[in-house]
Design a binder for this molecule. Structure first.
Ligand SMILES: CC(C)(COP(=O)(O)OP(=O)(O)OC[C@H]1O[C@@H](n2cnc3c(N)ncnc32)[C@H](O)[C@@H]1OP(=O)(O)O)[C@@H](O)C(=O)NCCC(=O)NCCS
Length: 428
């Protein structure tokens, strides 16, 4: 017998058998449950989508209790150990690891598209000198839709492929230009002899030397960070990408919205908040007092807790290891001692243990980025670069899914009942 959920409606005494498939019931199956002919049927109420699946996906698997993250079935630990960001992006987008020939062609196509249109440069020059790089980033991604009107052909596979190449290739260049703009340095053109991460470092940090010398440890660390951030199933920004994309707008406009969602301190801004918090704590002696205030509800321990992970975020473990390699090159970030002690105390404290609050990906990533020379304002941009592959893979999956339509949630209206308009002079 098929799995079903039997519901008895106490209002009418009727019974309903609702099919259960893949561990879920369809919310629309509840529509048949009506209390009288006027009733349009039962709906579900789920603010923040705590318990609602909005799609079927084949891209990323997370088991939050066990701390498992897999892209297309491959464990994140193995990808971080053996893969590169571009190979992982290919896997996320096309479902399989590329062959040698496919990887070469993919890399060639991406590196062919790294340059920005000169008018984009002019557009970026219009921003104030102190413009937040993430604001610059998301505006520029949105502006791309005017440069590539062919992107409107979202059901043309070749056109989609072209936009995919452009987006993955150009986001590091936008990010680097936004950074150089904020510090008043001239833009550096891409060097396509370098790797994806190496070229990014070149565009960020090259000075007057003819050829930028990439530090292999920092290059690999950046690759690992990019792999870890490439996708994370239906998080806030990915849901924004799918939601906006469901209106059939071009991918650049949809991605500007996704990047805006990532800008928020509860999402991509969390590692910036971690550094601010570590600076505020100031020294190891101040940690007990800080923990006491968090437990009293006066603020949060940033970089701890996750909507999905109720154990150690697997990405945080890999980042912690990477931090040691980076610090061996750059020198130790003095905030690391505070972070390590904070983690030690929190992992033993009943408040955090009982709420299953463990370090998440943002707890250590900010320390690495800071040691590599990035200002905190660049942190969400560094997140957006690799997440681009996840966003567009999820966007394409949504577009090709025959079950999807324009996203349009319902509401429970609890406002005023119908009333008559009152003339201004009669209002008290
Ligand atoms: C990520 C986050 C938004 C998830 O939130 P959520 O799933 O909605 O969890 P809730 O806000 O319902 O929190 C559940 C409980 O844990 C507490 N809690 C959650 N995160 C906490 C944190 N970082 N510090 C202290 N307490 C925290 C809440 O106060 C709540 O306690 P209560 O049950 O006594 O009210 C949240 O953990 C958070 O704000 N973390 C800090 C920001 C951060 O690091 N974000 C990056 C995520 S990758």
């Amino acid at each position: 017998m098929a799995d079903t959920l039997t519901i008895t409606d106490n209002r009418t005494g009727k019974q309903y058998d609702i099919p259960i498939k893949d561990g879920a019931i369809r919310a629309t199956d509840l529509k048949q449950i009506k209390n009288g002919t006027e009733d349009t049927g039962l709906i579900t109420y789920d603010p923040a989508f705590m318990s609602t699946a909005s799609c079927r996906s084949r891209i990323t698997f997370i088991d939050g209790d066990k701390g498992i993250l897999e892209y297309r079935g491959y464990p994140i630990e193995q990808l971080a150990e053996h893969s590169t960001y571009l190979e992982t992006a290919y896997l996320i987008l096309f479902g399989e690891l590329p062959t040698d020939a496919q990887l070469k062609e993919w890399t060639k196509q991406i590196m062919l598209h790294t340059m920005l249109h000169e008018n984009i440069k002019k557009l970026m020059e219009g921003f104030q000198y102190d413009a937040h790089p993430m604001g610059v980033f998301l505006s520029t991604v949105g502006a791309f839709s005017t440069f590539y009107p062919d992107a409107k052909q979202i059901f043309d596979e070749q056109s989609r492929k072209k936009q995919i190449h452009r987006l993955i290739a150009k986001v590091p260049t936008i990010a680097a230009y936004a950074f150089r703009h904020s510090i008043g340095r001239p833009y550096v053109y891409p060097d396509n002899d370098l790797s994806f991460a190496g070229n990014f470092l070149n565009m960020l940090f090259k000075m007057t030397e003819l050829k930028y010398q990439v530090n292999p440890v920092l290059e690999r660390a950046l690759e690992i960070l990019f792999i870890l951030h490439a996708d994370h199933e239906q998080n806030c920004s990915t849901s924004a990408m799918r939601g906006i994309g469901s209106s059939h707008v071009d991918p650049y406009s949809a991605m500007a919205g996704a990047a805006a969602a990532l800008y928020g301190p509860l999402h991509g801004g969390a590692n910036e908040a971690v550094l601010r918090m570590l600076n505020e704590i100031g020294s190891v002696q101040n940690i007990p007092g800080f923990i006491k205030r968090v437990k009293a509800g006066e603020g949060r321990l940033m970089g701890f807790g996750h909507r999905v992970y109720k154990s150690y975020d697997p990405r945080a473990k890999i980042i912690k290891r990477t931090a040691d390699q980076v610090f061996a090159v750059t020198g130790r970030n003095p905030l690391l001692d505070i972070a390590l002690e904070l983690e030690r105390i929190a992992l033993e404290d009943e408040y955090f243990v009982s709420r299953k609050l463990y370090p998440n990906v943002d707890f250590y990533s900010g320390l690495i980025y800071q040691a590599m020379g990035f200002p905190v304002t660049m942190f969400p941009v560094l997140f957006a670069i690799p997440r681009t592959s996840g966003w567009i893979a999820q966007w394409e999956e949504m577009l090709l899914d025959p079950e999807q339509k324009i996203a349009r949630p319902r509401q429970l209206y609890i406002g005023a009942k119908r009333r008559e308009y009152v003339a201004l002079e009669k209002r008290s």
